[in-house]
Design a protein around this ligand. Structure first.
Ligand SMILES: Cc1cc2nc3c(=O)[nH]c(=O)nc-3n(C[C@H](O)[C@H](O)[C@H](O)COP(=O)(O)OP(=O)(O)OC[C@H]3O[C@@H](n4cnc5c(N)ncnc54)[C@H](O)[C@@H]3O)c2cc1C
Length: 471
């Protein structure tokens, strides 16, 4: 046994920290996990103010659409109204339950839970800010052979006149009262998802994005298609647009736009990017290297330049997704404490990461965009299908679905798969397995479809789109 209090002290009880702490303890390490928000913070961004509450609200918004669509299927009567307070209360109850599940899993694995804000003191020591029984501030000090920084990210709002009036994704779930008019600023997946969700819940949504098109980094056709569908569904999406200033007045927030127009809204949500959560963490004191944006720099085994300090997940600002943080945590634990008996050490790979955007309709994607594939392989063959889903022949909705396959012509391997349409995330997950296994277009062609589904289109596309000039 070493002389430290713990073998591993994890800072941050989010997706990556919880998984690393639990797995390391299960391998026999003496592990502590520090979480600044107490038990209510366990699960981190994803559980408390990210993936989970967002998906619950997305379901709520889909109900609104379903009530309308049901008329085409013979259902009659007045559509139910949204009880925003009930939705918020039910969400809170579920998140509290999840926080408890995380605490239980960690304790059951033998992890010591430390509630308080942790700061690095040196390469092996952490100071924990705590509350004394009388409410006064106290602190405790712990030593560890290794320290893992898994403090995640936090929303970034640019400086402008009226910044104090806006909210971020951290506050949007508890908005009070329900916003009848919402401004969403940003064009990334978080901005687009909240624009779709509140639009679906009945809010009049205006979304502003500085760039030419939303969802930078996604396939260009997907970006244009999703933007058009969001607009069709009712989001007032304005591109090449920005805010000059915001003032509070009796009738709401007065938003002065760069193009000279003005909007009046009840709330303004800024989803303009996230930055690593490193404030007051003590990285500089200990000499942990950070990049220009503040992200902790790590090598391929998540080790910083201070050999006893590791970092993973959003604080390293690589691919900011929960399954990535989980994968990194498991790879790190295998590296430090060995894989489970009979298993190979887990290899974290950053290619073919499947992902979904819960806009309405959803986006699901895995692999390369058409442009990336052209740059990487030169010759690619593209298959594309766009259609009005069977359900909407009766629902009355004009929503369309897009599916697209990008194939490396030389090897016939499917290197990109993209969908905009209902349940795209659910559908793409299965195809991601096939692509990880190296499936070729010939394998897709030899797979029978499940009829009648939208997903079957991925295995029935036969005619490539005409060759397009390379950009
Ligand atoms: C609105 C939104 C929606 C998202 N939707 C999705 C989605 O659908 N799918 C998906 O895969 N990903 C989604 N993400 C991203 C996902 O939430 C993150 O990638 C993931 O949570 C990263 O995990 P992490 O462990 O790196 O950090 P986090 O989950 O952010 O956890 C960090 C934890 O560290 C704690 N902490 C910070 N500093 C200290 C300190 N000094 N001492 C002690 N504790 C500290 C924090 O309180 C927090 O609990 C979403 C994110 C947002 C914001």
């Amino acid at each position: 046994m070493n002389a430290y209090d713990f073998d591993l002290l994890v800072i941050g009880g989010g997706s990556g920290g919880v998984r690393a702490a639990r797995m390391a303890a299960q391998r026999g390490a003496r592990v502590a996990l520090a979480e600044a928000q107490g038990q209510g913070g366990l699960g981190g961004t994803c559980v408390n103010v990210g993936c989970i509450p967002k998906k619950l609200y997305s379901y709520a918004a889909h109900y609104g659409e379903s009530f309308e669509e049901a008329r085409g299927f013979g259902w009659e009567g007045a559509a139910p109204r949204l009880n925003w307070a009930a939705l918020k209360a039910n969400r809170t109850q579920e998140i509290n339950r999840l926080n408890g599940v995380y605490a239980h899993l960690l304790r059951a694995a033998g992890v010591t839970l430390l509630y308080g804000f942790a700061q690095l003191q040196d390469a092996h020591n952490v100071r924990l800010g705590t509350l004394n029984a009388d409410g006064s501030a106290g602190h405790a000090q712990y030593s560890a052979e290794r320290i893992l920084v898994a403090t995640g990210g936090t929303p970034h709002v640019p400086h402008f006149q009226g910044r104090e009036h806006v909210i971020t994704s951290n506050e949007v779930f508890d908005l009070e009262p329900f916003p009848q008019r919402l401004l969403v600023v940003g064009g990334g997946y978080i901005a687009c998802e909240f624009a779709s969700i509140f639009n679906g819940l009945g809010t009049q949504v205006t979304q502003l994005y500085r760039g030419e098109q939303i969802l930078r980094g996604f396939d260009d056709e997907v970006r244009h298609f999703a933007a058009a569908e969001m607009q069709k569904a009712g989001v007032d999406l304005r591109l090449n647009a920005g805010v000059l200033a915001i003032h509070r007045a009796a009738d709401g927030l007065h938003v002065q736009l760069e193009d000279g127009n003005q909007l009046v809204v009840d709330a303004a949500l800024y989803a303009t990017g996230r930055v690593p959560n490193v404030t007051d963490l003590g990285l500089a004191r200990v000499g942990v290297a950070q990049n220009a944006q503040g992200a902790v720099v790590v090598n391929d085994v998540y080790q910083t330049n201070v050999p006893s300090i590791y970092a993973l997940g959003d604080v390293t600002a690589q691919v900011q997704l929960t399954p990535v943080a989980l994968g990194e945590a498991m790879a790190l634990v295998d590296h430090l404490y060995g894989p489970p008996p009979g298993k190979q050490p887990r290899d974290m790979r950053y290619d073919l990461i499947p992902t979904a955007v819960f806009t309405h309709p959803n986006i699901g994607t895995v692999g390369l965009t058409e442009a990336q594939a052209r740059a990487q392989f030169g010759q690619v063959t593209v298959f594309r299908s766009e259609f009005h889903a069977l359900k909407h022949t009766l629902s009355g909705r004009t929503e369309r679905t897009l599916m697209k396959l990008v194939v490396d012509t030389a090897s016939d391997r499917v290197v990109g798969l993209h969908m905009v349409g209902a349940e795209a995330g659910e559908i793409v997950q299965g195809f991601a397995v096939a692509m990880r296994a190296g499936a070729t277009k010939a394998v897709f062609d030899s797979t029978l479809g499940i009829h009648p589904t939208a997903a079957e289109e991925f295995v029935t596309m036969r005619e490539p789109v005409a060759a397009r000039p390379t950009a």
